[in-house]
Design a protein around this ligand. Structure first.
Ligand SMILES: Cc1cc2nc3c(=O)[nH]c(=O)nc-3n(C[C@H](O)[C@H](O)[C@H](O)COP(=O)(O)OP(=O)(O)OC[C@H]3O[C@@H](n4cnc5c(N)ncnc54)[C@H](O)[C@@H]3O)c2cc1C
Length: 303
């Protein structure tokens, strides 16, 4: 069994900032475990600007913001394990890791969970009809297009006008796709003002307050039924894809076995989107740094 001073789970903005802060605190052995193939978490798939305005005083893309941390992590003494899923942590301060070589148990003094959040799928909403292909969550669509280079369809309905919904509406409209409608259940758009303003001039039809009641299609989605919430009127919108952007759920089930009465033990800290959903990445990096300051005293002494 290997032993480390600090185990960090997840290498997105939060995990990378926590690892670098721990190096600055003089923590000697740091293991950064990431289930994905690369460092950066959600950031490398974000090709739009709006990242780093307060942390770096520059308007960066998500990919550029990530690159600044990735370079520093790669040149640091932090031990990085990619393609490594942390399956379990215990009150005995052990963690079970699954990686290409099989299962491995790690013993740690302190742990930071930086596991981000997952997207709420269509299945969590009361929507009738079948579940044909062509339905994506916004982050899934973003990853398929920006990382894997897939085409997700030409006539697209987007449900939800949070940051993810707005960013995808803009990107897809700019790439020549037809955004059939952006549907929002509230009377106003969600998301950052900068993301709302970025839609100006793109002629994206916004229907609000409204929601989707039914999905149509057998092999592939071919339409959705929507209902306006202020007058009860229904409409059918033909489409070839549906992007669902209806919320994020912090991913912290891993911590459940060690949490008692809602409190994490003193050796465990949560940061980034797995603690709460941050609107901007700058606060994620800052929070991760202060979490390390709380876990470690001067020169890497455990508090
Ligand atoms: C579409 C979109 C637009 C955005 N726009 C902006 C913007 O304009 N400006 C801005 O400042 N911010 C923006 N953000 C927000 C910002 O990108 C995020 O808040 C931030 O990157 C989250 O970082 P994180 O480290 O908490 O989570 P993530 O980036 O999700 O990282 C979590 C990591 O943990 C890993 N992980 C999870 N569970 C395990 C496990 N059990 N074992 C090992 N690894 C695990 C995951 O694979 C992932 O790599 C946007 C986000 C999105 C999705």
């Amino acid at each position: 069994m290997d032993r480390v001073d600090l185990l960090i789970i997840g290498a997105g903005a939060a995990g990378m900032a926590a690892a670098l802060a721990a190096v600055d605190y003089g923590v000697e052995s740091i293991l950064l475990a990431e289930r994905g193939e690369t460092l950066g978490g959600i950031l490398p798939q974000c090709l739009h600007q709006g990242f780093g305005l307060s942390y770096f005083g520059e308007n960066l893309t998500g990919r550029e913001y990530a690159a600044r941390f990735v370079r520093r992590v790669e040149n640091s003494p932090v031990q990085v394990m990619l393609n490594t899923m942390v399956l379990e942590i215990s009150t005995e301060r052990t963690a079970v890791l699954c990686h290409q070589g099989g299962l491995r148990v790690i013993c740690f003094e302190r742990a930071v969970m930086a596991t981000g959040c997952r997207e709420r799928p269509l299945g969590t909403l009361p929507v009738f009809g079948s579940r044909p292909s062509g339905i994506f969550t916004a982050g899934q669509a973003q990853k398929m297009i920006n990382i894997a280079g897939y085409d997700i369809g030409d006539e697209i309905v987007i449900l939800g006008s949070g940051d993810l919904g707005l960013v995808m509406a803009r990107q897809l409209a700019l790439s020549g796709k037809s955004i059939v409608a952006l549907i929002e259940q509230k009377p106003h758009l969600g998301g950052l003002l900068s993301h709302q303003q970025a839609l100006a001039g793109l002629r994206i039809p916004v229907i609000k307050p409204a929601t989707i009641e039914q999905v149509h299609g057998s092999g592939r989605i071919n339409a959705v039924s929507i209902r306006c919430m202020n007058n009860g009127r229904g409409r059918v919108l033909p489409c070839s894809s549906l992007i669902v952007s209806v919320g994020l759920i912090p991913e912290r089930e891993l911590a459940e076995p060690v949490i008692s009465d809602g409190e994490a033990p003193p050796w465990l800290a949560l940061c980034g989107n797995c603690d709460y959903v941050h609107r901007i990445v700058d606060t994620v990096s800052q929070q991760a740094e202060s979490v390390i300051a709380g876990l470690f005293g001067k020169e890497g002494q455990l508090i």
